[in-house]
Ligand binder design. Structure first.
Ligand code: 3HC
Length: 314
């Protein structure tokens, strides 16, 4: 079939809700968009280990330490899983990682903020993983098979991540005045960056229209954000914490919580590399990569040794 016929057939498959697999014909632009989105997602999972990893040795109990350790390990696994999905599109993981190390690749804005107290661990689980679940449950229905299947598996673990975070916050909010103040301070610092995490407003989103047409994005950024706000406001009320938005109000007509204006200048500054922790995060990632060189060399040597046909068998 020539490309026009291929494109026509591809669009018919998308309209019919079919799942596109790696060996299927796909427009180059569809492939490129998936590589962009999936690699950034994978980078986000890996970089996302850093802010939480800082608190593993400072967890307030053995139980909290074990939970946080499990969560950080999960995030690493999510990253590797999504890199594997990205590789089905004909790109090399090493190249994606090099782009990240060279500062050429995006990852989620949210991981460029400092984690100043134990309550930040709770707020990350509650807000960041909560927003991620909302986003990833829609991506579990995306048109590209490997990505949607990865999301199904990842969402199961994200639910644990969110629940453990909310439990930390509920515990602190019901604790001493100092603990309650710690929780409220973390909410104040993480609320707005978490709303930004779901992407710029739809009118400023150059990728949403195309990704929606191809069944990759099932909800727009603003729809995802609205879902997150509607879900989170009652949770904050339930544990007596205040979201830092004086304009937050419930609209009886629409049944949605309306939030105040988002500081998009901050968002674009952070994703351009000028957030509070961008340099620190990339520096830590580069250091870990350098220090891990011996592991990669040993694994490669082992693979070479065990892939050459053995002399005896020859
Ligand atoms: N952080 C950094 N960059 C962002 C961003 C964010 N939160 N949101 C958008 N951007 C970038 C986009 O990458 C795009 O830049 P590019 O064209 O150079 O790539 C630009 O801002 C315009 O944004 P668009 O809305 O046009 O981009 P998308 O259509 O790709 O939508 C998205 C953005 C909703 C984040 C979408 O990419 C997406 O759903 N990605 C998959 C999920 C994901 O990456 N989540 C990241 C968090 S991972 C996580 O939470 C881990 C959990 O375990 C804690």
């Amino acid at each position: 079939m020539d490309n026009t016929a291929n494109e026509k057939h591809f669009e018919e498959r998308i309209r019919a809700g079919e799942v596109i697999e790696p060996k299927d014909w796909m427009p180059e632009r569809y492939r490129k968009q998936l590589v962009r989105m999936m690699s950034q997602h994978a980078h986000s999972e890996i970089i996302g280990m850093l802010p939480e990893g800082n608190w593993i040795t400072r967890a307030p109990s053995l139980r909290r330490k074990m939970i946080l350790l499990a969560k950080v390990q999960d995030e690493g696994g999510h990253g590797l899983y999504i890199y594997s999905g990205t590789e089905t599109l004909g790109v090399k993981r090493e190249d994606l990682l090099q782009d990240l190390l060279d500062g050429k690749a995006k990852y989620s804005n949210i991981f460029n903020y400092p984690t100043l107290s134990w309550a930040d661990m709770g707020t990350i689980g509650w807000f960041v993983d909560g927003a991620a679940i909302i986003n990833q449950t829609t991506l579990a229905k995306c048109s590209y098979g490997p990505y949607s299947r990865a999301m199904i598996r990842i969402c199961k673990e994200e639910n644990f991540h969110k629940k453990q975070g909310f439990e930390i916050m509920a515990t602190l909010a019901a604790g001493t005045p100092e603990q309650r103040a710690m929780a409220q301070d973390a909410v104040n610092r993480w609320w707005w960056p978490s709303l930004m995490m779901l992407g710029p407003s739809d009118k400023d989103s150059p990728n949403t229209a195309e990704l929606s047409l191809w069944g990759v994005k099932r909800k727009s950024n603003d729809e995802l954000r609205q879902r997150f706000v509607d879900m989170t406001v009652p949770q904050a009320q339930a544990i007596g914490l205040t979201l830092p938005d004086p304009d937050l109000k419930f609209n009886e007509q629409t049944g949605h919580w309306e939030h105040g204006p988002i500081n998009w200048d901050e968002f674009f500054a952070v994703i351009k590399g000028n957030g509070p922790c961008n340099r620190e995060r990339l520096g830590a990632k580069r250091k870990a990569h350098e220090q891990g060189a011996w592991v990669r060399e040993a694994a490669a040597a082992y693979a070479r040794k065990h892939s050459e046909p053995s002399k005896a068998a020859a």
